[in-house]
Design a protein around this ligand. Structure first.
Ligand code: 0X9
Ligand code: ZN
Length: 299
């Protein structure tokens, strides 16, 4: 069982998924969308009231191995939705939620056993192993802020979607006939709500709507008792970095509301955020996700 008072190992998280489908069989379906380089399953939970015509929202966590707060937050969101489903607003109930809490299972386990600050996946061996999965997506792959050097932390891989972890996402979303309206990738840290483009310091034509919904998320976080989150286009607000999941979602898949949310903190603990911060961070993220649901319904 997960507690949200500690960070859990992959096996415990996957056991919890099994428990969820047993407990809420009418609401949740679980599937394996692919396997990691090391052969570990990449799991996706779908939460749906089963009505046709629902809009679809994607949420993921754990693209970067060391960002432990992200699978903890995403599982918290799932747990809150399903254990309190009847009390969720209609605009939450009417979404088909596709949620992949832990996209880089090999890297995640490696941060528990060998190197707490590992970021990439676990392709290859030695000091220069691993691909940065958030530089491996196929929209403007290989551009600014991604490296051709396998030793680099931002190595983009041998080609777009060269890694099974990113390929699993791209196959699932592009094969699906869901009515995608939002795509949220959780990362840490820095307290940012970022929207495309990330590959450069430019914005898409509908950036005003992305900014507006981003500001609403930041407001909802403050209303939930959370800290300030900075809203803006990724390339301008943080740094240009091509090959990210958000740019692919918007640029290739044409999913309107694509965001990367960088959770707590502001740098005091950074990636090594103490477990006592899981619940407050996850609660504010849940508030932001309800805002996304509202926007997705109208989109
Ligand atoms: O650099 C990243 O991949 C993200 N920051 S992190 O510290 N979690 O590594 C930011 C990604 C923002 N989106 C794009 N640049 N596309
Ligand atoms: Zn990250």
């Amino acid at each position: 069982r997960l507690t949200w008072q500690a960070y859990h190992r992959l096996e415990d998280i996957h056991d919890y998924f099994d428990h969820l489908v047993e407990t809420y069989p009418d609401l949740i379906t679980l599937q394996e969308i692919g396997r990691s380089v090391g052969g570990r399953p990449i799991k996706l939970l779908k939460i749906s009231n089963g009505q046709s015509g629902n809009k679809a929202v994607w949420i993921d966590g754990g693209i970067h191995a060391r960002e432990w707060i992200t699978p903890a937050t995403v599982t918290f969101i799932i747990n809150n939705f399903v254990s309190n489903w009847e009390n969720e607003p209609k605009y939450v109930q009417n979404i088909d939620w596709y949620i992949a809490p832990l996209l880089n299972p090999d890297g995640y386990e490696y941060t528990h056993t060998v190197d707490r600050l590992w970021r990439k996946n676990r392709r290859g061996a030695g000091r220069c192993s691993g691909t940065d999965l958030n530089r491996n997506f196929g929209y403007r792959w290989g551009g600014q802020g991604s490296s051709k050097n396998p030793c680099a932390e931002t190595y983009g891989g041998s080609g777009p979607f060269s890694e099974p972890e990113t390929m699993a996402i791209q196959r699932f979303i592009s094969d699906s006939d869901a009515k995608w309206k939002a795509y949220i990738s959780f990362h840490s840290y820095g307290q940012y709500i970022l929207y495309p483009w990330g590959y450069n310091r430019v914005v898409p034509p509908d950036y005003k709507e992305l900014e507006e919904v981003g500001q609403k998320m930041a407001q909802a976080i403050r209303n939930a008792g959370g800290p300030a989150y900075t809203v803006g286009p990724a390339g301008n607000t943080l740094y240009p970095a091509a090959g990210g999941s958000d740019d692919w979602a918007k640029g290739t898949m044409k999913i309107k509301y694509a965001y990367t949310i960088e959770l707590r903190d502001n740098g005091r603990y950074g990636f090594v955020l103490p477990a006592s911060y899981i619940q407050p961070t996850a609660k504010e993220a849940l508030a932001a996700i309800r805002v996304i649901a509202e926007a997705a319904n109208k989109a």
